[in-house]
Design a protein around this ligand. Structure first.
Ligand SMILES: Cc1cc2nc3c(=O)[nH]c(=O)nc-3n(C[C@H](O)[C@H](O)[C@H](O)COP(=O)(O)OP(=O)(O)OC[C@H]3O[C@@H](n4cnc5c(N)ncnc54)[C@H](O)[C@@H]3O)c2cc1C
Length: 448
C-alpha cells in the first residue's frame, strides 16, 4: 500500500518544483518525484526573462545568476545586427543545473517530500465513492497515490500520454535543440571580446535555414546552441558545428575541423514540445504543467517562464478545489485559465510560425526601417505584451505605414536608426578585434 498524498507531482523541473512549493506552502502533503537526483544537468539556453519573476514570491539569489541581461542582438539572414539595449534588466542567464536545484530546494524547505531516482512508467486514475485518486508507478514497482496528479515530466512526459491528453509526436513535428558551453579559459580571449555586447544575448538567423542559433553569456562561459525545426537536412550536431565555425570565423578564431565540436563542453540536446499543438491539458484529477503540456513558446523556444507559471496556477486551482464546497471542476478550471493566459497565445504563434519562417527577411526589414518595433521584444521579456496583443496593435493602418517605410528604406530614402542597428556583423568584429588572430587552447590543457 502506498501513502496517500494530497498531490503527487511527477517531474522536478521548474513546473513541478514551483507547483510543489506553492502547494506545500498552503499545507498540502506533496510527493515530488523525479527520475534523476539533483543537481542534474538540463539542456537549455539558460535564459530567464524578467517577467518570469512574477511567478515566484522571491528573488533569484545572486550567486546563481550567470549574467544580468539588458537586451538582445538579433542577427538577420543578411548578417545585420538589430539590437535592443535597456538600462534596466530584461532577464538573467542562469545555468539550469543551478536554477532547478534552487527551485527544488525551495519546495523541500516548505515541506514537499522529494524522491529522486523515481522514474514513473504509468499513471492510473481510480474513482472510489465518487472521488478520484491517481496511482503512479515507478519502473521498479514502487507506487505513490495522490488525490491529484500533476504531470510535469517534460517534453517526453509519460503522464500526458497515459491519460490520453498528449499524442506521440510524429518525426516531422519534432523540434530538436542542442547546446553546450565554451569556457573563457579555453577561448584564448576575454568573454567580453567574444561577445557583441557583454550584457546582451545573441540570436542568429544568419545561417540556420530551419531555425536559429544562439550565444548566451554566463559568468565565465557562453552557452552556444542551435534550435532546429523540421524538415531537417542534416543532423543537429552538424547544424551546431556549422554555427560554431561561423561564430568563430566572425571572431577571427582559427578552428581546425576536429576542434569545432571538441571546443564545446557538456554538449546536451533534447526534443522540444512546442506550444500550440494541444488545447486540453487537464482531465479529471490529472493536470499537466510546463513542457509536458507543450507550454513552450513556438517562436522563441522559451519554456521556463511558462513552466513556472503553469506550476503556480495548477497549485492555486488545486488549493481552490480542496477548499471549495461548491461543485468545482478542477480540470476545466485549470484548462480554461491556462487557455486564457498562455495557450491561446501559443496556438496563435504556432499557426503563424510557417509564415514567419518564410518571411524572415521582410520582417527584419520591417524592424530595420521601423525602429519602434524593437520595443516589442522588451514587452515580451517583461510580460507586458504577447503575440496576440502585438497582432492587435499592428492594425491595418500601422501595417500600411510599416510597409511604406520598408519601401522608402529600400529606396534609400530613410535610414535605419543607429540606436538599434549595426549594418554588418563581419565588419563589426573586424573593427572590434583589429588584426588579432586567436587560437583556442588545445583540449588537453583544459579541465572542465
Ligand atoms: C537546448 C534547449 C534550449 C532551451 N533554451 C531555453 C531558454 O533559454 N529559455 C527557456 O525559457 N527555455 C528554454 N528551453 C525550454 C526549456 O528548457 C523547457 O521548456 C523547460 O525546461 C520546461 O520545464 P519543465 O519543468 O516543464 O520540464 P523539465 O525542465 O524538462 O523538467 C522535467 C523533469 O521531469 C523529469 N522526468 C521526465 N520523465 C520522467 C519520468 N518518467 N519519471 C520521473 N521524472 C521524469 C525530468 O528528469 C525533469 O527533471 C530550451 C530547451 C532546450 C532543449
Amino acid at each position: 500500500m502506498s501513502i496517500l498524498y494530497d498531490v503527487v507531482i511527477v517531474g522536478a523541473g521548474p513546473a513541478g518544483s514551483n507547483a510543489a512549493y506553492y502547494l506545500a506552502k498552503e499545507g498540502f502533503s506533496v510527493a515530488l518525484l523525479d527520475k534523476d537526483e539533483f543537481p542534474r544537468k538540463k539542456p537549455c539556453g539558460d535564459s530567464f526573462p524578467i517577467g518570469a519573476l512574477e511567478t515566484l514570491d522571491c528573488k533569484i539569489p545572486n550567486k546563481i545568476i550567470g549574467r544580468r541581461i539588458h537586451g538582445m542582438n538579433l542577427i538577420s539572414p543578411r548578417e545585420e545586427i538589430h539590437f535592443l539595449y535597456r538600462s534596466r534588466e530584461l532577464g538573467y542567464t542562469i545555468a539550469r543545473e543551478d536554477l532547478d536545484t534552487f527551485l527544488l530546494q525551495r519546495a523541500i524547505n516548505k515541506g514537499a517530500e522529494f524522491f529522486g531516482k523515481a522514474k514513473i512508467s504509468k499513471v492510473r486514475v481510480n474513482k472510489i465513492n465518487g472521488a478520484y485518486s491517481g496511482l503512479v508507478e515507478t519502473t521498479d514497482g514502487t507506487t505513490f497515490t495522490g488525490q491529484v496528479i500533476i504531470g510535469a515530466d517534460g517534453c517526453k512526459g509519460v503522464i500526458g500520454r497515459s491519460v490520453g491528453l498528449v499524442a506521440p509526436r510524429k518525426s516531422n513535428e519534432k523540434v530538436i535543440a542542442l547546446r553546450g558551453y565554451i569556457y573563457e579559459e579555453q577561448l584564448g580571449m576575454p568573454i567580453e571580446d567574444f561577445l557583441i555586447h557583454p550584457d546582451l544575448i545573441e540570436i542568429y538567423y544568419a545561417i540556420n535555414q530551419n531555425g536559429y542559433d544562439w550565444i548566451f553569456p554566463l559568468k565565465d562561459k557562453v552557452n552556444i546552441g542551435t534550435g532546429y525545426f523540421p524538415p531537417r537536412q542534416m543532423s543537429i550536431k552538424k547544424a551546431l558545428e556549422i554555427f560554431v565555425k561561423y561564430a568563430f570565423e566572425l571572431r577571427k578564431i582559427k578552428l581546425e575541423k576536429q576542434q569545432r565540436l571538441n571546443i564545446i563542453r557538456n554538449l546536451q540536446g533534447s526534443e522540444i514540445f512546442l506550444g500550440g499543438a494541444v488545447d486540453r491539458i487537464a482531465t479529471r484529477n490529472v493536470l499537466l504543467a510546463g513542457e509536458a503540456a507543450g507550454l513552450v513558446d513556438p517562436l522563441s523556444g522559451d519554456g521556463v517562464h511558462w513552466a513556472l507559471l503553469s506550476g503556480k496556477i495548477a497549485a492555486e486551482k488545486i488549493s481552490h478545489a480542496f477548499s471549495d464546497q461548491k461543485p468545482y471542476d478542477l480540470a476545466d478550471e485549470y484548462n480554461s485559465t491556462m487557455m486564457t493566459l498562455v495557450m491561446s497565445n501559443m496556438i496563435f504563434a504556432r499557426k503563424n510560425l510557417p509564415r514567419i519562417q518564410s518571411q524572415l527577411p521582410l520582417l527584419f526589414d520591417a524592424l530595420k526601417f521601423n525602429p519602434s518595433l524593437i520595443n516589442y521584444f522588451e514587452g515580451l521579456a517583461t510580460n507586458d505584451v504577447n503575440y496576440l496583443k502585438i497582432n492587435s496593435d499592428l492594425h491595418l493602418i500601422r501595417k500600411m505605414i510599416i510597409g511604406l517605410r520598408i519601401g522608402l528604406g529600400r529606396l534609400g530614402l530613410i535610414r535605419p536608426s543607429p540606436d538599434c542597428f549595426i549594418p554588418n556583423i563581419k565588419e563589426y568584429f573586424e573593427k572590434k578585434l583589429g588584426q588579432k588572430q586567436l587560437v583556442p587552447k588545445p583540449k588537453e590543457t583544459f579541465t572542465h
